[in-house]
Design a protein. Structure first.
Length: 400
């Protein structure tokens, strides 16, 4: 009798193969602690929401099978040594099928050394610095628009308002910020702006008084730069406290976080180049709409999504689609599907370079520019102000 029962179970599993599939294991690290904590946790929440929705729908359907998703993830403490250790562990011990990147370009570059060594696919998000994609890597696929695109949108918007503005660049001395600011300075000069001051600061800077004195002395009317949340929020607060007469302030990363409102009046008027905003009206060919994603995220975490959150979720979507098109988990077939990707999700267009000199670089996604303003009730709200075709509010200039 037991043999007949066992045979019946085996036959059922053969007829319905989706019931018998082991889950897909995806590995990544999160900066649950350390300097990158705020942005990294937001990114990982995007991963989690995608996983939960996929599993609630029965898993990823591919090749007549259904694969649930499970994560192997660790706290990298915002430390590259921990990243190297954990990505090796996820591949060798946790047997991860695919990898997502940690948050930040330096940590991702460290992870890429490991994933490439073992020939594992890693989708990267929260990592815009383009150098990693020019080193002959074959299995990296970048979700973010590359770093040189970040401040171009701010400069394009400024050109329409004040073509004779004097510009200062004050930025974190990190690979990401340098990769953003170096081409932005050249672009500013190309547009005819007078760049009157440039200075990089150490990543852990908490007192910007000396730099602020130099900005005031330079008579700059516009300041562009920043780095990540801790330094960017501190810089904005101190600029406001010193009453620096800026007409425009655009900072990287930090103003996109919902926590930005904790700065009070110092938050208002500040702009952020963004990979995505809830108001971004992309017509999704695959996956949920922008409003549906934002609603689900807010319901789960009781806070609106940032572009890091959106990038994390979209990272999962693009992998899901590639697995579907590959008909399973074969790495070579999934890589081929990623190479052929050209699709618009709620996050915007995604297309990867297949050229040998920059394989995996994101070439389809475009940036938007957001600004913190007051709504009709006086509450701070983040509005899309550029490009004009996608704006949700007019660009406030000057901010003071």
């Amino acid at each position: 009798m037991k043999q007949l029962t066992l045979l019946a179970v085996v036959l059922v599993l053969l007829v319905i193969p989706g019931l018998a599939q082991p889950p897909i294991t995806i590995g990544f690290t999160v900066s649950k602690t350390g300097a990158l904590n705020v942005d990294s946790v937001e990114q990982s929440r995007g991963f989690e929401l995608w996983r939960d929705q996929v599993n609630a729908a029965g898993g990823i359907k591919a090749g007549g099978k259904s694969y649930k998703v499970q994560f192997a993830n660790y706290d990298d403490e915002s430390n590259s040594k921990r990243v190297q250790q954990f990505y090796s562990r996820m591949i060798l011990e946790d047997k991860a099928d695919f990898l997502f990147s940690p948050y930040s370009s330096p940590l991702t570059a460290t992870a890429a050394v490991v994933t490439e060594q073992y020939g594992k696919i890693m989708l990267t998000t929260g990592a815009a610095e383009p150098k990693t994609y020019t080193l002959g890597n074959h299995n990296l696929f970048q979700m973010f628009a590359p770093a040189p695109e970040y401040l171009k949108v701010a400069l394009d918007a400024l050109k329409t308002k004040d073509p004779k503005a004097t510009v200062a660049f004050v930025y974190e001395d990190s690979s990401f910020s340098v990769a953003v600011v170096t081409p932005a300075k050249a672009y500013a000069q190309q547009l005819g702006f007078n760049v009157v001051f440039t200075e990089a600061y150490a990543p852990n800077t908490t007192d910007f008084s000396a730099i602020i004195d130099k900005v005031i002395a330079s008579k700059a009317t516009v300041l562009l730069g920043g780095g990540h949340y801790a330094d960017g929020s501190t810089l904005a607060r101190q600029l406001y406290g010193h009453k620096v007469p800026l007409k425009m302030l655009a900072l990287l990363v930090a103003p996109d976080s919902p926590q930005w409102t904790e700065l009070g009046d110092a938050a208002l008027g500040v702009m952020v180049p963004s990979q995505w905003e809830p108001q971004s009206a992309f017509k999704a060919q695959y996956g949920p709409s922008g409003p549906d994603f934002a609603k689900a995220y807010t319901a789960k975490y009781n806070t609106p999504p940032s572009y890091e959150s959106a990038g994390g979720y979209a990272c999962g979507l693009i992998l899901e689609r590639a697995v579907e098109q590959a008909g399973g988990l074969d790495s070579a077939k999934v890589a081929n599907a990623l190479n052929a990707t050209d699709v618009t999700t709620f996050y915007g267009r995604t297309k990867f370079s297949t050229a040998a000199n920059d394989h995996g670089l994101q070439v389809g996604h475009s940036m938007v520019l957001a600004q913190w303003q007051k709504d009709k009730s006086g509450k701070p709200v983040k509005e899309v102000v550029w490009p004009l075709a996608g704006k949700s509010a007019n660009f406030v200039y000057p901010i003071h």
